[in-house]
Design a protein around this ligand. Structure first.
Ligand code: SAH
Length: 232
C-alpha cells in the first residue's frame, strides 16, 4: 500500500470525502460510495501517492481520471435511487463506473481506447463490481442496445448535447454532460420528461474531448497549446 496515511489519523479517502462535502457534494449515498472505492487502484503506480488529492491525474492514452469533486457533483446530479440502468460514455480508468456501481442496478460503460477498457475491466473485476459491463466502442451515439437508460453520464466534453443520448433516456431519465469548447466546458443536466426536456447548468468544468459523430473530430484530443489540464 503506497497511499500515505496522515499523521493526524484517518484514511486519506475519508479526508477526501470531508473535502468534497465542504465543496458541495451533499448526497450521503454519493459520499459513501466515494468513501468506499479505492481510487488508488484506478491510478497508474507512479501517481498512487496522489490518489486522494482532489485533482485529475493522467491514466495513459492522453486521458485522465476525473477530479473527485467533479465525480461527486456529476454523480449527485443523476439522483440515482438504486434501481437504474446507467450508461457511462468514457470509461477511462473505470473509477467513475465503480462509484456508479454502488448506486445503481446496472452500469454499461463504453470506452474508445481498447487498452483503457481492458485495464478498467480488470480493476473492476478485481474489486467485485459485477454489475458493470465495459464495451470498446465510440459512445458519442450512446449504446442503443441498452436503452432506455434511467441515467446517462458523459465524462468527456462535447460541443453540444448529443441528441442520440437524449433519445436513449427513459421517462424521467437524467443526462449529465460537459458541453463547451475543447478547452473548457459547462456541466449540463438534461432531464427528460415525456416528450419535453429540461436543461440546467451546473457550473464550469474541464474535460478531455468527446470524440465522434456527435463530438469532436478524431484529432481533437491531440495536445492543446498550452496544454490543458483536462479531466475536470
Ligand atoms: N470516467 C473516467 C474519466 C474519463 S476521461 C474515469 O473515471 O476515469 C474521458 C474518457 O472518454 C477517455 O478515456 C476517452 O478515451 C473517452 N472517450 C472520449 N470520446 C469517447 C467516445 N466517443 N466514446 C467512448 N469513449 C470516449
Amino acid at each position: 500500500m503506497d497511499v500515505p496515511f496522515s499523521a493526524n489519523g484517518g484514511h486519506p479517502r475519508q479526508r477526501l470525502v470531508a473535502e468534497l462535502r465542504r465543496e458541495g457534494v451533499h448526497d450521503e449515498r454519493v459520499l459513501a460510495a466515494i468513501g468506499a472505492v479505492p481510487r488508488e487502484e484506478f491510478v497508474p503506480p507512479e501517481h498512487r501517492p496522489l490518489a486522494y488529492r482532489n485533482a485529475p491525474l493522467p491514466i495513459g492514452a492522453g486521458q485522465t481520471i476525473s477530479q473527485p469533486l467533479v465525480v461527486g457533483l456529476m454523480t449527485q446530479a443523476l439522483a440515482l435511487t438504486g434501481t437504474e440502468r446507467v450508461l457511462e460514455v468514457g470509461t477511462g480508468s473505470g473509477y467513475q463506473a465503480a462509484v456508479l456501481s454502488r448506486l445503481a442496478a446496472e452500469i454499461i460503460s463504453v470506452e474508445r481506447f481498447p487498452e483503457l477498457a481492458e485495464r478498467a475491466r480488470a480493476v473492476l473485476a478485481r474489486l467485485g463490481c459485477a454489475n458493470v459491463t465495459v464495451h470498446v466502442s465510440n459512445g458519442s451515439l450512446g449504446w442503443p442496445a441498452g436503452a432506455p437508460y434511467g441515467a446517462i453520464m458523459v465524462t468527456a466534453g462535447a460541443p453540444e448535447v448529443p441528441e442520440a443520448l437524449v433519445a436513449q433516456l427513459g421517462a424521467g431519465g437524467r443526462l449529465v454532460i460537459p458541453v463547451g469548447d475543447r478547452a473548457s466546458q459547462e456541466l449540463v443536466l438534461v432531464t427528460r420528461q415525456d416528450a419535453a426536456t429540461r436543461t440546467q447548468r451546473l457550473g464550469p468544468v474541464r474535460f478531455v474531448p468527446l470524440v465522434g459523430e456527435e463530438g469532436w473530430p478524431p484529432d481533437a484530443d491531440a495536445p492543446l497549446d498550452p496544454p490543458a489540464e483536462p479531466g475536470g
